[in-house]
Design a protein around this ligand. Structure first.
Ligand code: ZN
Length: 279
């Protein structure tokens, strides 16, 4: 729910200033109410919340675009917002699609190519609740509705911890498989966990022909970082909103989780308690 402090967090003054530097790429996972006992309730947003996020974005003057338009030909567009969903959950097709169509936004779902029609087994090993993932027919329905798909690797392992040959297979293999099965070009990749922090993995994503790759790091992709690199620097940092934008390039784009004020406080507390309990 949009609470008392919402205007100071999601699309508050600080975030709007941030969005002047690059595209706002929203990240979602599951659509619906978090079931009791879900270890990470922040993976859930209801369709109403999604609707409110998109409405407020347009009211704030942001243009809703596809991820491809946000990063078109290497230019990271400012003042626009793209919508992404990780994992390929059925709940997104069932609950989010009408909202996306209402707002005329072309969203992208990142599919785990080796788990199509299966479950989020990578989460289940951490006592998470099962979440159904779209099967081939459902993915075809998603595409037929004008939406896009990208790759979220083949088996959702942390690419930072894999041998180079395994990481290569996750990145190249998932792209080839999705293109083969669905007959569409796969232009975008989403890193499971923090795999993007390994430069070798980012290079593999680049070599495999993806136009962009998104991370779970907070912030916006900044065009200035690309310019800085072209000028010969290895990386660039800014202190805007306390968010470092180093490595903000096409193959490690930052994203935003839309949170209201109370949700942000709750999330920080929740993460802290999990750390304290050693989870
Ligand atoms: Zn994921």
């Amino acid at each position: 729910m949009l609470g008392l402090f919402s205007k100071y967090v999601y699309l508050g003054a600080a975030q709007r200033r941030l969005f002047q530097h690059g595209p706002a790429i929203l990240t979602y996972h599951r659509i619906g109410k978090a079931p009791p006992g879900a270890p990470d309730p922040f993976l859930y947003d209801t369709a109403r919340e999604l609707d409110a996020h998109l409405t407020r974005a347009q009211e704030a003057g942001l243009k809703l675009v596809s991820l491809g338009e946000a990063v078109h030909q290497g230019n990271l567009r400012q003042g626009c917002l793209a919508v992404t969903f990780d994992d390929g959950c059925v709940s997104v097709l069932q609950e989010a699609l009408p909202v996306l169509q209402k707002h005329k936004v072309r969203a992208i779902q990142f599919i785990v190519s080796g788990r199509i029609g299966g479950l989020n087994d990578w989460d289940l090993s951490k006592n998470d609740v099962p979440e159904r993932l779209m099967d081939k027919e459902q993915i075809r329905d998603w595409l037929a509705a004008g939406m896009e798909i990208g790759s979220h690797s083949h088996s959702h392992r942390n690419l930072r911890k894999l041998k180079s040959s395994e990481a290569r297979e996750e990145i190249f293999g998932s792209k080839a498989r999705l293109e083969d099965v669905f007959g569409v070009a796969i232009h975008h990749f989403a890193f499971p966990y923090g795999g993007w922090r390994r430069s070798e993995v980012r290079d593999l994503v680049k070599q495999s022909g993806y136009e962009s790759a998104v991370t779970t790091a907070f912030g916006v992709g900044s065009a200035s970082a690309d310019l800085t690199r072209e000028a010969g620097y290895q990386s660039a940092c800014t202190a805007d909103f306390g968010v470092s934008m180093d490595g903000a390039e096409l193959w490690s784009l930052r994203r935003i989780t839309p949170l209201t004020g109370p949700e942000l406080v709750h999330k920080v507390f929740h993460r802290l308690m999990r750390k304290v309990r050693g989870l």
